[in-house]
Each structure stands twice: as structure tokens, then as C-alpha cells.
Design a protein around this ligand. Sequence first.
Ligand SMILES: [Zn+2]
Length: 270
Amino acid sequence: MAELPEVEIFVRDLCALVVGRRIESARVLFPAVMRFPEPESFAALLAGRRMEDANRRAKHILCALSGGVTLAMHMMLHGTLRLMPAGTEPDPQTLLVIALEGGEDLWLRDRKGFARVAAGPTEEVAARLRLAELGPELIDPAFTARDLAARLSGRRGVLKTALVDQKIVAGLGIRDADESLWEARIDPRRVAGSLSAEELARLHGAARAVVAEGIAMRGTMPDLRGVRGRARQDRSIYMHDGEPCPRCGTPIARTRIGQALTFFCPVCQR
Ligand SMILES: [Zn+2]
């Protein structure tokens, strides 16, 4: 699943392998991949521009192109980026092909077809994707347990739902949120604003450690060269319902919170 660690690896690979190269052409194979502009305008907008930088905000991949244009890509749950030899015939999962100078094509693939792309003047892209509404980055070294407390303070919704809301804090997906709450021994069904300072400190540390481990192991998906990351696809409890909790042996429970499948230990997560 493309959660934050996987997206961060795509960004690092783009910086290492694509930044500095010129885009020769862009070919949209699946028109619905385009948030904006239309596929024909998109191809005309990208052709000839150089990729000058690649960054990430929440799970948005933001590529700065020459001339003040940003190419934004969102992998949703299953999208991947891959560098292929120029002219390789795209498979049916390929939504977009960006031909780069230097004899390689950048493919955006998604077996579900949910990944989305946008491009335009940088400020317009930021405004239309509402990047200013996103919360602080969980893995920013400056993001403290006190900041997490302030973001959750007074919230009456369910904790798990708040943690995966990128407008509150940017960084946790449904998998990493479950693992973080298990590590911190906190019940995902709690009211978001009900955590004690000590619980918030545990959760802050656990969440940052879970995401940092995912990044250090290069995520769970294939990278731009097709090499799969070594992070555990299913860590301790996500998708382990019915199996013994690694800490106390109680069968892991599975429930739905909002739209999200949620896994937790009904005994040692309080
Ligand atoms: Zn347990």
C-alpha cells in the first residue's frame, strides 16, 4: 500500500534519478488519471520542461518543473512509479508515460486506476489541491508531542479517524495508524481529544518510529527501479485479525472505523 513511507521513497528516487532531466513528451493512457488540465493540454504543458526538484507534502508528490510549473502526482492506495527503457510498450496498468531525456520513460501505474495527476502554475496547483489546508508533517523533526496534543485537543471524533485525517496531521495512513496505536497501547476507538499527556507522548514517539522504520526499509512497494522495499508489508497487527497479539496473546480484533478497516488488541490497547 502506498502510505507515507512508500511515497517518500518515490520522491527520493525522483530526486536521485529524474531531477535534472528534460521531459520529452507526456502521454496520458487513461484520461481519468488527470485531475487537471485536460490530457492534451497536459502533454503540451509538460513537453520540453526540465524537472528541477521533487518534494512531498502529505502524500502529494510535487515535481517542480522549469518555468514555474508543478507536476503533482497522488498514488492513492496502489499507484506506483517506475522507470522503464524508452519505448517499452506500456502494460494495461499504466495510466501515464512521461518520456525523459536519457532514454527512459517514467510510468505511473495503478491496477485500480485511482492514482491522480495535476499540473499547472505552481501556485494554482497548490490552491486547487488545497495544500495549505494540510496539517503539519508527522516526521518533521520540529513536530513535537505537544504539537500532536494541540492538533487533537478538543476533538470529539474517533481517534483513528483523526489520525488518518491529513488536515490534522500529515503522515499516517490506515496501516501505519493501526501499528502506531498498537505500539502506543492505545485503543483506536477512543475519543481523539481524550488522550493524556503521557499517552500523547507515547503515540507521538510510536507514530514517528513506525513511519521512520518504513522509510528506512524503503517501504513495502517496488521503487523506481522495480526493487521492492524491505519494510514488513504487514507489521504486527494490520491484517492479522484472529492471530495472537504479539504482546499479550489475545486474538487481534478487526472492526471498521469510518471507511477504514481497523485492527487492534482488545486487551492491551486501552
Ligand atoms: Zn495485546
